[in-house]
Design a protein around this ligand. Structure first.
Ligand code: MN
Length: 137
């Protein structure tokens, strides 16, 4: 079994997160689709160890609820913060940030994107290895 196979047990209902916007292996399971009456798009994202998304913003903000493993949330210019199951982070509109797993644990969170019809995400550059390692300091 290759390393890829060992690390790629996809959660039920999930598909691989797009490589253009994620470093490493991550999975996205849609929970509430676009065009819902609430205008929220909700998904469960699972990051394998070392995986994270690119720097990005949300035009209408985002709420993350950690549900499994240990992960990071970092806003540009601030220290990364650890997230554990049951913890949440509220992200204001247009704040540059990333989220992902630690190097030593998978991480799963629910991502709630409000006012989705007005835009969900603006992807920016990758989180470099140097930036990611600094999160572990
Ligand atoms: Mn985000």
């Amino acid at each position: 079994m290759s390393d890829e196979e060992k690390n790629s047990a996809a959660p039920a209902g999930a598909t691989r997160a797009p490589a253009d916007y994620f470093t490493g292996v991550a999975w996205v399971k849609p929970l509430v689709p676009a065009n819902d009456p609430t205008d929220c798009v909700v998904g469960e994202v699972t990051f394998e160890p070392d995986a994270r998304n690119n720097w990005h913003t949300h035009p209408n903000g985002q709420v993350l609820v950690a549900t499994g493993g240990t992960g990071y949330y970092q806003e540009k210019g601030k220290p990364a913060q650890l997230l554990h199951p049951g913890e949440a982070v509220s992200i204001a509109p247009n704040v540059v940030h990333w989220h992902g797993a630690t190097a030593y644990s998978r991480f799963t969170h629910i991502a709630i994107n409000p006012a989705a019809s007005k835009g969900v995400v603006v992807w920016l550059e990758r989180v470099t290895e140097t930036e990611y390692q600094a999160a572990h300091a």
